[in-house]
Design a protein around this ligand. Structure first.
Ligand code: NAD
Ligand code: UDP
Length: 316
């Protein structure tokens, strides 16, 4: 890569599931990549293969505290993403979203960096419109068990737009829908990793509720491509923009697909539905298609096959 095309890029949460894939892509493109992480849910193993590279470095830091760096771009991904992890210490979760956003926006303002926020479909809460478009304001409980995550992310979006309007910070806000793939945490309770790990151990597959609730699952490579295109896109397109795969499946269909691919003999067992579990979730990605020319390419079957392969090796 030519020297002037090389950027110094900070990835917060860079040792996590999405962050490690993003670091990998950016390192491969020749950028100077700083991975910042407190290793709450991320692991050194996720980024071990990058550690010897001259254009990659790691900082152990908690984003609740400020940090001063010189960078050109920031991808702000630091925040536990699975309900088990973000509910473990809810006050810390909301601090990470809110203080993390303030610190990264402050940094971006000071060094005139571009900053992208990893927001979430959870800002729509339990949606009353379907599929969800970016102009839907959401249906979120302010005091429930998911609120620390949902409201933290909503507040972060507000901060991004206020820093943009008030201080001219160059922002991007991406609303990420359920994403899966290699390096998901094996026991973070998310549905794809749960089902695959259960199937590979021939343990019962735990479907919550009657399994008729829907989700749309995006393979990680598609998501990383979307985030990078958005960052590189025109400065007058700041979002929020939905990134996800609109193909919608019931949780029961997902369980059956995992059973087929793994050839497991696990039985399906039904467990109570967690509180505030959204009934239906599907992104409308028309805006991302129009503005970024982006759409997911990897079908569920292929993505699940790749993820199964990863977990087979991971579990030994
Ligand atoms: P993850 O838990 O694997 O990664 C989060 C990373 O942030 C971890 O490495 C963790 O150690 C780090 N972290 C947490 N708190 C921190 C703190 N206070 N200081 C520094 N680092 C901290 O989750 P993920 O799935 O990779 O998600 C990455 C981002 O994308 C999150 O912000 C999440 O909210 C968002 N997102 C993910 C999904 C998804 O389906 N994976 C969906 C919507 C939004
Ligand atoms: N789910 C399930 N069995 C599991 C884990 C999750 O049926 O072992 C369900 C969960 O109730 C939800 C869906 O799968 O309806 C997706 O859950 P996940 O935690 O992965 O993501 P989110 O609810 O944040 O979309």
């Amino acid at each position: 890569m030519k020297y002037h095309a090389r950027k110094r890029i900070l990835v917060t949460g860079g040792a996590g599931f999405l962050g490690s894939h993003l670091c990998e892509r950016l390192v491969e493109e020749g950028h100077d990549v700083i991975c910042l992480d407190n290793f709450f849910t991320g692991t050194k193993q996720n980024i071990a293969h990058l550690l010897g590279r001259a254009n990659f470095e790691v900082i152990r830091h908690d984003l609740v505290q400020p940090i001063f760096l010189e960078v050109d771009e920031i991808y702000n991904l630091a925040c536990p993403a699975s309900p088990i992890h973000y509910q473990h210490n809810p006050v810390k979760t909301i601090k990470t979203s809110v203080m993390g956003a303030i610190h990264m926006l402050g940094l971006a303002k000071r060094v005139k960096a571009k900053v992208l926020q990893a927001s979430t479909s959870e800002v729509y809460g339990n949606p009353t419109v379907h599929p969800q478009k970016e102009d839907y304001w959401g249906n979120v409980n302010t005091i429930g068990p998911r609120s620390c995550y949902d409201e933290g992310k909503r507040c972060a979006e507000t901060l991004f737009f206020d820093y943009h309007r008030q201080n001219g910070v160059n922002i991007r806000v991406a609303r990420i829908f359920n994403t899966y793939g290699p390096r998901m945490h094996p026991n973070d309770g998310r549905v794809v990793s749960n089902f695959i790990v259960q199937a590979l151990k021939n343990d019962p597959i735990t479907v919550y509720g009657d399994g008729s609730q829907t989700r749309s699952f995006c393979f990680v490579d598609d998501m990383i491509e979307g985030l990078m295109r958005f960052m590189q896109g025109p400065d007058d397109f700041v979002g929020p923009v939905n990134l996800g795969n609109p193909a919608e499946f019931t949780i029961l269909e997902l369980a059956e697909e995992v059973l087929k691919i793994t050839g497991a003999s696990s039985e399906i067992v039904f467990k109570p539905l967690p509180q505030d579990d959204p009934v239906q979730r599907q992104p409308d990605i028309g805006l991302a298609e129009a503005k970024l020319g982006w759409e997911p390419k990897v079908p569920l079957r292929e993505g699940i096959e790749k993820t199964v392969q990863y977990f087979r090796e991971f579990l030994g």
